[in-house]
Each structure stands twice: as C-alpha cells, then as structure tokens.
Design a protein around this ligand. Structure first.
Ligand code: MUC
Ligand code: MG
Length: 367
C-alpha cells in the first residue's frame, strides 16, 4: 500500500448563488482536488476548500505546500501508517485544509484496500444524518423564500442563520421572520463569523430571547478574550466555537477558558484523524458537537456525512450538509441526494465516490 504520488489539482466551479457571511463571501468553489495513488493502483480522493478569510490558505498555497513539502515527505510510506504520516505533515505549522484533505484521501485508500465504507471504519454508529441548511446574508424576504424552498423540496427543518451584520437589527428581523414562517417545530440557530462585538452579540441574543434559538456560533472573535467569556457566561444556549478551534489545543483553550460551550467539527479542516481527536476531547469534556460546513462541494460533504454518521455524538444533531446545492455543477459521477431532510453515507468501499473525469477536465484550471 505504498504511496506512489500525491496530486493537487486546482479547479473552479461557479456558485449559482454566492454564500455571504460576516467574514467573507464565496462566489466560486476554487478548491483543490487531492488525489493519492498507491503503487498497487488504488486511488484515494478528497477536497481541499481554501478559506483565506478563515485560515489564511489559498488555492495556490495549498498546491505549493502539497507539492513542495507534503508529497515529498509521504511518497514511499505505506498509506496505512496514518499517524506517521500525520506527524510528518505536522512538522509544517498551519495549512489545516491541505493536511485534512491528504488525511481523508488516505482513509479513502484504506477503505478500498479493506473493502469497507469509511463511515464503518471510523465507528459505524449509523448510516444517515439529518441535514441543517446554512442561510447566507440576503434580504429577509429572500432568506425566508430560500428556507421555505429547502423545507418544501428537501424536507429540511433545521437552519443555521448567518448573522453578524451592523446594525444588529437586520439580522434580528431575519431570524424573527424565519421563525414566523417556519413555525415552532423548525430548529433555528445563528452563526456570527466574528462579526459583532461581545456587547452587540449580547444585545442581539436578548432581542431574540423569545425566538427559541438552539445554538449561537462565533458571534464575536475568540480574541476578545474577556468579552467573549462574559458573553458565553450569559448565553442561555450552547455557544459553538467554529473557526476559533482548528486544533485540539484550541478546543481545550476555548472550552477550559470559558469562551465556548460546544464545538463545530469540520472534516475539511481536521480530516478524519484530527476530527476523531477533537470529538474525543469534546465528548470527554462533556460538550456537544455539530458537524459544520466549510462551504463544501459534494466530495467534502460526503466526507462530513461519513464522519458524522460514524459516531453517536456527531449524528445526534443535524449536520450542515446542504450548501453544495447552490453550486452550478460538481465533480462526482453520482450526485448526493437529500431525501426527507437526510443524507445517507455512501456504501461503497472507502468514500464510495468517483470523480467524473470529464467534469474534472472541464473545471480544472491548471491546463
Ligand atoms: C461557517 O460555519 O462559518 C463560513 C466561513 C467559514 O469558515 O465556514 C463557513 C461556514
Ligand atoms: Mg461557523
């Protein structure tokens, strides 16, 4: 199972509808497909979605770090030596998305070698996840229309609402409008992507106290250390750390420092191996986790489903799995399908996905 090559292939697929949020916007999926080949002929794939506004990585940077640092350190190593490979990758600091994609492509190889779907290898708790849809910034009317469409067409009843605009009133109005249209049974929570100050966040939560939110995520920056602790202390629902926790050490710091009371796990930034560490840390400390979305395409979403379905704690809440629906096209031969508000893990060996060679040829940007 010796690794023969690690390729980093840039591609760009436009979004039909861009996703906007407090820290940025995404109009094109300018991602990097990571493809690992073994000498025995297995091919593992995973997606690296660079998010400069969150981790500082870029498409060109992911390719450079994979080609110049990571590939030379792992070619020739057996693909099942996951911890050795991680140790080699972690000699380089940062670059979470590039490292995560290599890790997941290796799990895809292992699943194929052992004829097992990855979600069974990882834990095998269940096969399906409830879907939560992330609503980006727009007018209240457009956000309500999108939520209704997601409910009517896909059966989705859980929504994460992007907030963090100034003044806070626009977002408060949107969340109220959503509750009114969707009724009491829908689950609603908010994600500020660090857009507000601690006091703005507290005021917004106060104004929304009768709306029945279930979670509040990254409303203000974790770097507002005392302000964030003050906010989390007065927040009546779990306060989710997302972009502030891309390593186990950051999870420990945020939780023990009182700056978060729940954790978003994103396979796009911690792969399967790092996500396992974070999951065990969170469950060991007794806090809830949510499967988050790094504005993933179908390949990234298949990875989130595989990890989420594998464990009890990651499958008890709805996972953020539907934003690929806004892309104008995708790379997989068999598209993911959301049915009755659920996504099912692939049953084939490994990730159970095939990248369509014609689509990749069409969307890749390196030729
Ligand atoms: C999210 O949960 O924040 C937006 C920015 C990012 O890093 O991820 C997305 C979704
Ligand atoms: Mg978030």
């Amino acid at each position: 199972m010796e690794i023969a090559s690690v390729e980093a292939i840039p591609y760009s697929i436009p979004y039909r509808k861009p996703l906007r949020f407090a820290s940025g916007e995404v109009t094109h999926a300018e991602h990097v497909l990571i493809r690992v080949r073994t000498r025995g002929g297995l091919v593992g794939v995973a997606d690296a979605p660079p998010r400069p506004f969150t981790y500082g990585e870029t498409q060109a940077g992911v390719i450079a770090v994979v080609e110049s640092l990571f590939a030379p350190q792992i070619v020739g190593v057996d693909a099942d030596r996951r911890d050795l490979i991680r140790q080699r990758l972690h000699r380089t600091v940062g670059n979470p998305v590039a490292k995560a994609a290599i890790d997941m492509a290796l799990w895809d190889v292992l699943g194929q070698a052992w004829s097992m779907p990855v979600h069974r290898l990882l834990g095998g708790f269940t096969d399906t996840l409830r879907v939560s849809h992330m609503l980006g910034f727009d007018t209240p009317e457009a956000m309500v229309t999108e939520a209704n469409r997601m409910r009517d067409v896909y059966g989705i009843t859980t929504f994460k609402v992007k907030v963090g605009r100034r003044p806070i009133d626009a977002d408060v109005e949107v969340v109220r409008a959503l509750r009114q249209t969707l009724g009491d049974k829908a689950e609603l929570y908010v994600d500020g992507n660090r857009g507000w100050t601690p006091s703005e966040s507290a005021r917004a939560l106060e104004q929304l106290s009768d709306v029945g939110l279930t979670l509040a995520e990254e409303l203000c920056p974790a770097d507002d250390v005392l302000g964030r602790r003050w906010l989390v202390n007065r927040c009546s629902v779990p306060f989710v750390a997302d972009e502030s926790v891309s390593t186990p050490a950051e999870v420990t710091r945020e939780l023990l420092g009182g700056s978060a009371t729940a954790i978003s796990i994103k396979t796009a930034r911690t792969g399967f191996s790092g996500s396992k560490e974070i999951l065990h840390l969170a469950t060991g400390l007794g806090v809830e986790v949510v499967m988050g979305n790094q504005i993933d395409g179908q390949l990234g979403t298949a990875c989130t489903v595989a990890f989420g379905a594998a464990h009890e704690a990651t499958s008890s809440r709805a996972g953020e799995l539907s934003n690929f629906l806004d892309m104008s096209d995708d790379l997989l031969t068999e598209p993911l399908e959301i049915i009755d508000g659920h996504l099912t893990a692939r049953t084939g060996p490994g990730l159970g996905v095939t990248v369509d060679p014609d689509k990749l040829a069409h969307y890749r940007t390196d030729n």
